[in-house]
Write a protein of this length. Structure first.
Length: 162
């Protein structure tokens, strides 16, 4: 991976790597299953949060009734632990140098270069290969086919992007 030279940048910026298409695709067998696990964890958290919200509404509506404190505490603990686990899952994926943009959609960006400008190689869970890129300000809706990359766009020390 090419390293980013960034005088005056933050430590995070200086640690950022630029990926070629091949380098990014080498990570997909690890990222795909990890992202699927994160998505399942997010759904579990959503279900627990909904259950807690319904219980809170019921408690407020019933006034003086005794709520099932033990069960609610257990669900709250599960939810809190789930959030912590989800954060760890996302952090593990991002330690590879990529950016998880949307767990639900399964969007991951890989910093790269195009005509000397930083861009993102864009991958969506379920896609077999990385076939798109977008500018750092454009996001998913600005995806363009990777065949628009040229040889000059390859980060130093990396293989060709196409």
């Amino acid at each position: 991976m090419g390293e980013r030279a960034n005088p005056g940048g933050t430590a995070d910026d200086m640690d950022r790597k630029y990926f070629s298409r091949e380098e990014a695709e080498e990570l997909l067998p690890m990222i795909g299953p990890a992202l699927e696990n994160a998505r399942r964890q997010k759904h579990t958290i959503g279900s627990l949060t909904e259950e807690l919200s319904v219980a809170a509404t019921r408690i407020m509506a019933l006034g003086g009734s005794l709520p099932p404190f033990a069960e609610l505490n257990r669900k709250k603990t599960q939810c809190d632990e789930g959030v912590e686990q989800l954060t760890q899952m996302i952090d593990e994926i991002q330690q590879a140098g990529c950016l998880v943009k949307d767990v639900e959609m399964g969007l991951v960006d890989f910093p790269s270069l195009r005509e000397g400008q930083e861009v993102y190689l864009c991958w969506k869970l379920g896609e077999e290969h990385i076939g798109f890129w977008h500018g750092i300000e454009e996001g998913f809706t600005g995806r363009k086919p990777l065949d628009a990359f040229t040889k000059e766009d390859t980060p130093p020390g990396s293989s060709r992007l196409q």
